[in-house]
Design a protein around this ligand. Structure first.
Ligand code: GLU
Length: 419
């Protein structure tokens, strides 16, 4: 029993067991690789607009510091708990190692519905959370970024709060900042762009032409909306989209740029069209070429996996597919090409790494350079995953995670155990 126990952490632990068995990692080494280095829980009191005081619980989990600072987003969501944050930190570790970044994984979270507080309260909460984390983070210790429920503005407040305490501007303390505050071009689009890039690559390998192809996107936040826009711009018809407010379906393809504009001004896709309304629960099993789950964890269970009717499963979210669903997908490998989350959505942290490097060097790149290097990094990891899967006759997720786990393990073995 651990403090992290819960459905999401259990899922990360079960996935790790599969990899550890595959790599024949001795039992007494496993806990050292899996269990987070440290976890911080803080109380964040803020003044509400009505003059009262409210306290929100915040977390940060740093999985391992073997390969460099830890890296990962901060999530503001009502259901966040320490176990979920720990699982997300562990996935960040495998992700960073898979794509070759000099980072361990981390994740943070605040238990709050960001839509239930005002902008002024959100600023107070963001600043107080970062202030509580100051002893535990740093540009060479732990570098935060956006995740569900946070955005560039929240990163700017984090950066400003940290900088005010240091007495100088420290842009490299967070990534995913506005370009006007030391962010990089191409970070906002990076995750969705990477998802679409890999999906297009698999489609062309499978002989599916973009013209006439269809996609379904679950989630229309930063990842889902940019993935949908990229797919749409490539000539792929995005026939269905859902978010926390609604689901829409149009067999002729939705007008994604118009939908994105609507969501940006209304906070969601609700109100865009009543005729196109569709059952959100049924969206994942619609027939399509590319399915992009880009919302939350554990949305594809064994039952849904049995009923998926896509050719490519491009996982934009972290942990959308349960281990039970993975067993089903293992049997459907000829029908469905899985691009696992730690590869598929890694464009975000890859470009975060570029932002950190640019901030440290104070030398900024053109957007073309950012995108070129992002795709190059994703393609290299994709090739490694596919050849490993073929060589070992294992599913893509197992291959991708095995490459990540192996790198973390190698770092621990060569550095040795202190003292
Ligand atoms: N939150 C994103 C993820 O899950 C990005 C992390 C980062 O850029 O550090 O990968």
């Amino acid at each position: 029993m651990t403090v992290y126990a819960g459905p999401v952490f259990d899922m990360a632990a079960r996935q790790f067991e599969v990899i550890a068995d595959h790599l024949s990692i001795p039992m007494d080494e496993r806990e050292r690789i899996l269990m987070p280095k440290r976890a911080i829980t803080v109380s964040c009191p803020i003044h509400r607009d009505d003059g009262s005081i409210a306290v929100f619980e915040g977390y940060r989990v740093q999985h391992h510091l073997t390969l460099g600072p830890t890296k990962g987003g901060t999530r503001f969501a009502p259901g966040v708990d320490i176990g979920e944050v720990a699982a997300l930190a562990i996935w960040m570790s495998w992700k960073c190692a898979l794509v070759g970044l000099p980072y361990g994984g981390a994740k943070g979270g605040v238990r709050v519905d960001p839509r239930s507080i005002s902008i002024r309260e959100l600023e107070g909460l963001s600043r107080r959370y970062m202030q509580e984390m100051i002893p535990f983070v740093g540009p060479h210790t732990d570098v935060m970024a956006p995740d569900m429920g946070t955005n560039e503005q929240v990163m700017a407040w984090f950066m400003d709060t940290y900088s005010m305490y240091q007495g100088r501007t420290v842009p490299e303390i967070v990534t995913g900042k506005p370009v006007s505050s030391g962010g990089t071009l191409g970070r906002r689009e990076a995750t969705g762009r990477g998802v679409a890039h890999l999906a297009r690559r698999v489609m062309s390998d499978l002989g599916i032409a973009a013209g006439g192809a269809t996609a379904v996107v679950q989630g229309f936040g930063n990842v889902g909306s940019h993935a949908a826009l990229e797919l749409h711009n490539s000539g792929i018809k995005v026939i269905a989209v859902s978010d926390h407010t609604d689901a829409l379906y149009d067999r002729n393809g939705l007008d994604i740029p118009a939908l994105a504009r609507h969501a940006a001004t209304h906070g969601g896709i609700a109100g865009y069209s009543s005729e196109l309304h569709y059952d959100p629960a049924a969206i994942l099993t619609l027939p399509c070429d590319v399915l992009v789950p880009a919302a939350i964890e554990r949305v594809i269970d064994a039952h849904i996996a049995e009923n998926l009717k896509c050719h490519v499963l491009a996982e934009g979210a972290n942990g959308p597919t349960t281990p039970e669903a993975d067993l089903v997908l293992g049997k459907r490998q000829q029908e469905i090409f899985v691009i696992p989350d730690i590869l598929c959505n890694s464009g975000g942290v890859v470009v975060s790494y570029f932002e950190w490097v640019q901030d440290l060097q104070q030398l900024f790149w053109e957007e073309e350079e950012v995108v070129r290097r992002e795709y190059q990094t994703l393609d290299r990891a994709f090739d490694q995953m596919v050849s490993r899967a073929k060589k070992d006759r294992i599913p893509h997720r197992t291959a991708a995670m095995a490459i990540g786990v192996e790198k973390v393990r190698a770092g621990k073995i060569t550095r040795g155990l202190f003292p």
